[in-house]
Design a binder for this molecule. Structure first.
Ligand code: ADP
Ligand code: ZN
Length: 435
């Protein structure tokens, strides 16, 4: 059984969706050209006028925007509406550098919350649910976005924000929360705490979780589903395009449907900017078709991803994106080999370790070093040095098989790696400090 928040849009025929996107793009380009000097200059430099954009097929003519442009234009340079018409400011988490700010009109908030409502309904949410929002509130978009979506659906909303994990579990039990929204790393921590409190999934009423804001693996999904007794759904977004809700998972759990009536996706070759065909891995680029205050055209997310138009069993026709593999700038190049932290996470969980780990990269005598500290579960711990060394060797070998390079693995005692209540920091690249 599939439920939709906006069936007309979510199940629209391709032709109708294309028509809607054509109209919206033409109007949006005009709006941006007339109101955003920064982007007008980029278009003028390329010799592109709004009249050159007649349909979505012309989108490739438009210049890209990058995070560097956002920093250049900070704070008001990309604003397309007078401040008097804006009602909200949110900001990125600053995971990869200086924060950027985004502005919203009342309509922008509406469309964002509607996108989050689609995600909640796709995860089985109805007005009878109790939705605990444990993403951070404040400038970060996670809390406010899901909070708004939850209100729209009519769920009884618990604006918990992140942190104070035992209290989260206390309220979850007292108030019978059925849906939880937070980062996947925080969900794993909540699951762990639940078990430490001597409780099991039978002691709570959760049925679904909506997790995003950071990369996570299929193995992590399975582990969270088990520890909380739920179905775990992915949700994706970024502050620059609104926040969470740009795309969301349905019951099929094979990638996220993009709300392409608002956010037009492209995949490009990150080196050449060339648009790649469906099915190829590349950098995800979004054009906001409807936002008024902060309408970014062809914004390069740096997230590496694949798009798919394969028919989905849920009935939605919205294009799907695969779980992002991480950002192009998350990719580590170690001894010439490309390494994604998510590959390491996959091996750790497959080998029965917890998702609590820290990857440290350095350069010693001109050679890159890769050290991975991995936390043991209490039952994996042994006071025999030899046993521990053998476990470390076995894990190092499994990682070497996956990556092609030899790491140094350090098994560390239970609870010694800091838990994350928001976006987890799992990589320390000390080479950058020497440069
Ligand atoms: P920052 O870029 O400072 O982290 P945001 O809070 O806006 O700021 O985070 C957006 C980024 O978070 C995305 O570009 C993406 O890299 C990551 N992200 C969000 N949702 C997901 C998800 N479901 N899977 C993987 N990565 C995600
Ligand atoms: Zn689907």
């Amino acid at each position: 059984m599939a439920n939709y928040w906006n069936q007309e849009i979510e199940c629209m025929s391709r032709e109708d969706m294309k028509k809607l996107q054509d109209e919206r793009l033409v109007a949006q380009v005009k709006h941006v050209y007339e109101n955003v000097e920064y982007y007008r200059n980029l278009m003028d430099e390329k010799g592109i006028k709004p009249e050159d954009i007649q349909s979505i097929d012309d989108i490739h003519k438009l210049p890209f925007l990058t995070k560097a442009d956002l920093r250049d234009a900070y704070p008001y340079g990309l604003l397309a509406k007078p401040l008097s018409e804006c009602v909200r400011i949110q900001s990125t988490s600053g995971t990869t550098g200086k924060r950027v700010v985004a502005f919203y009109t009342q309509n922008d908030i509406e469309l964002w919350e509607n996108c989050c409502a689609r995600a909640i309904v796709a995860a089985g949410g109805t007005k009878d649910d109790v939705c605990q929002v444990a993403y951070g509130y404040g400038l970060f978009t996670g809390g406010p976005g899901l909070n708004g979506g939850s209100h729209k659906v009519g769920c009884l909303t618990l604006p918990m924000s992140s942190g104070n994990t035992e209290r989260q579990i206390g309220f979850m039990r007292d108030l019978g929360s059925t849906i939880i929204c937070c980062t996947p790393s925080y969900a794993a921590y909540i699951g762990e705490t639940l078990h430490e409190m001597g409780l099991t999934p039978d002691d709570i009423s959760l049925k679904a979780g909506i997790f995003g804001a950071e990369p996570w693996t299929e193995e992590m999904r399975k582990s969270i589903e088990k520890s909380l007794g739920i179905k775990a759904y992915d949700i994706y977004g970024l502050t620059e395009t609104s926040g969470p809700g740009v795309s969301f998972e349905c019951c099929e759990q094979t990638g996220m449907h993009i709300n392409e009536d608002h956010f037009y996706p492209e995949i490009i070759n990150p080196d050449t900017g060339e648009v790649l065909p469906e099915g190829e891995v590349g950098e995800l680029v979004f054009t906001s078709l409807t936002k008024e205050a902060f309408p970014l055209l062809r914004y390069r997310t740096r997230d590496l991803c694949v798009l798919s138009r394969k028919k989905c069993s849920c009935g939605r026709t919205l294009i799907k994106m695969r779980k992002p593999m991480g950002r192009s700038d998350d990719m580590l190049i170690i001894r010439g080999v490309n390494v994604f932290p998510s590959q390491i996470e996959t091996v750790l969980i497959e080998q029965g370790y917890s998702p609590n780990y820290l990857i440290e990269v350095d350069r010693v005598n001109n050679t890159d070093t890769l050290d991975i500290s991995v936390e043991m579960n209490p039952e994996q711990f042994s006071d025999k040095m030899k046993v521990m060394q053998e476990q470390e060797k076995a894990l190092a070998l499994a990682i070497k098989t996956m990556l092609g390079i030899n790491p140094k693995v350090h098994l560390v005692s239970p609870k010694s790696i800091t838990r994350s209540e928001g976006k987890a920091v799992r990589v320390v690249d000390r080479r950058k400090l020497h440069d």
